[in-house]
Design a protein around this ligand. Structure first.
Ligand code: SF4
Ligand code: SF4
Length: 370
């Protein structure tokens, strides 16, 4: 296992995320399969992972309880616990903190985070007194390090980061969001303030473990033994401000593969990193449509469908998953994809030769399934 110093301790490069633990059956919200989850935790401990991340709300509160039980057989000083306070689920930070200590069966939390600061809730976190209270708990030794996690705009992240000298922060960071999202800007905000970064979603919720055929071929030619997830983790590992890379491991195959990645001293060369970005581009081009929102297709649509807005959602669905489809209900469009009659009046105008009627039909089918 690779380790990095953090203040007066040493943290494993790979951290165990406890938000996607194996569950009984395949229904969302099913109880944690404690036997399989314990097997993963034991493997993590045996292989030197010493950072365990959970939150008040993961698995409906059961993740903290599970972790409290699962870690009981290990000396408390042999691992570090991270958990989080989410303001809009229960604003009573005092009660939440006490409940978390009880659930985790401990009298201190190593890494405590304000959970998921975003544009909507940033001010509540900064104003409701929780930070002052948590700093007191830190002084009392009940919290060792205080930080925050964020899914926010760069401006909001900056505002949160400037509040005081945080011990650490957690952001979504992976090569795809670096190239196409705000990850590079967010990294810079934290790097400039010398705030160590705990990384979430290094494999983008698993999306980067399943690249398009062309991208897979490019990467397999360079390193036949590396999984796609391993490429993603190795890329994040290169960044000097990164402290721990969290992975929500749900089965033994994933943890074995991830541990292997963190056992090898070998990282990505500059040539590998360049290739990965080319593969990333090929992946995006293969799964997304290249709509430029020129709107040449819109005027002749008899159903008044806002075609570029629908295509933006289609691309979001391809890269981020089915949850993006929910946005179809709120776009500014008289017609919906399900109104499309396949007349083709749009397609002839498209300079990008996008197969608009086919995509409308696919979107209509997908929204029916939801
Ligand atoms: S094919 Fe569908 S989207 Fe295109 S013009 Fe006809 S109704 Fe509109
Ligand atoms: S014409 Fe093509 S590129 Fe332009 S908005 Fe319509 S679909 Fe997008």
């Amino acid at each position: 296992m690779n380790y990095k110093s953090f203040q007066d301790i040493s943290l494993s490069g790979l951290g165990m995320g406890n938000m996607r633990l194996p569950v009984q059956g395949d229904k969302a919200g099913a109880p944690i399969d404690r036997v399989r989850a314990q097997e993963i935790i034991d493997y993590a401990m045996e292989n030197g992972i010493n950072y365990y991340d959970t939150a008040y709300v993961y698995h409906g509160g059961e993740s903290e309880k599970f972790l409290g039980e699962a870690m009981k057989k290990y000396p408390r000083e042999s691992y570090h616990l991270a958990t989080k306070y989410l303001v809009f689920v229960n604003p009573d930070y005092r009660a939440v903190f006490e409940e978390q200590l009880a659930r985790l069966q401990t009298d201190y939390i190593d890494f405590y985070l304000l959970h998921g600061i975003n544009d909507e809730h940033c001010q509540s976190y900064l104003n409701n007194g929780c930070i002052e209270y948590l700093l007191e708990q830190k002084k009392a030794g009940r919290i060792r390090y205080l930080g925050f996690s964020a899914h926010a705009s760069v401006d909001t992240l900056t505002r949160a980061a400037d509040h005081h000298q945080w011990d650490f922060a957690q952001i979504q960071l992976n090569y795809y969001d670096w190239k196409y999202g705000n990850a590079a800007k967010e990294y810079k905000v934290l790097e400039e303030r010398n705030i160590p970064i705990m990384v979430m979603e290094p494999v983008r919720g698993g999306r980067l473990a399943n690249l398009s055929s062309e991208a897979v071929q490019m990467l397999k030619e360079a390193h036949p033994d590396w999984s796609m997830a391993s490429w993603a983790l190795r890329w994040v590992k290169r960044l000097p401000q990164v402290q721990v890379i969290l992975s929500g491991m749900s089965n033994m195959e994933q943890i074995r593969d991830n541990v292997k990645t963190f056992q090898e001293p070998e990282g990505l060369t500059d040539a590998d990193a360049e290739l990965l970005m080319k593969a990333c581009e090929a992946f995006k081009n293969q799964i997304c449509v290249p709509c430029t929102a020129c709107r040449y297709c819109c005027d002749d649509c008899p159903k008044k469908i806002n075609i570029p807005a629908c295509l933006e959602i289609y691309n979001g669905y391809k890269t981020d998953g089915p949850w993006v489809l929910g946005r179809l209900n709120s776009i500014d469009s008289e017609g919906k994809p399900s109104d499309c009659i396949g007349c083709g009046a749009c397609a002839g105008h498209c300079p990008q030769s996008i197969r608009i009627p086919e995509i409308m039909s696919e979107l209509a089918g997908l929204s029916e399934k939801k």
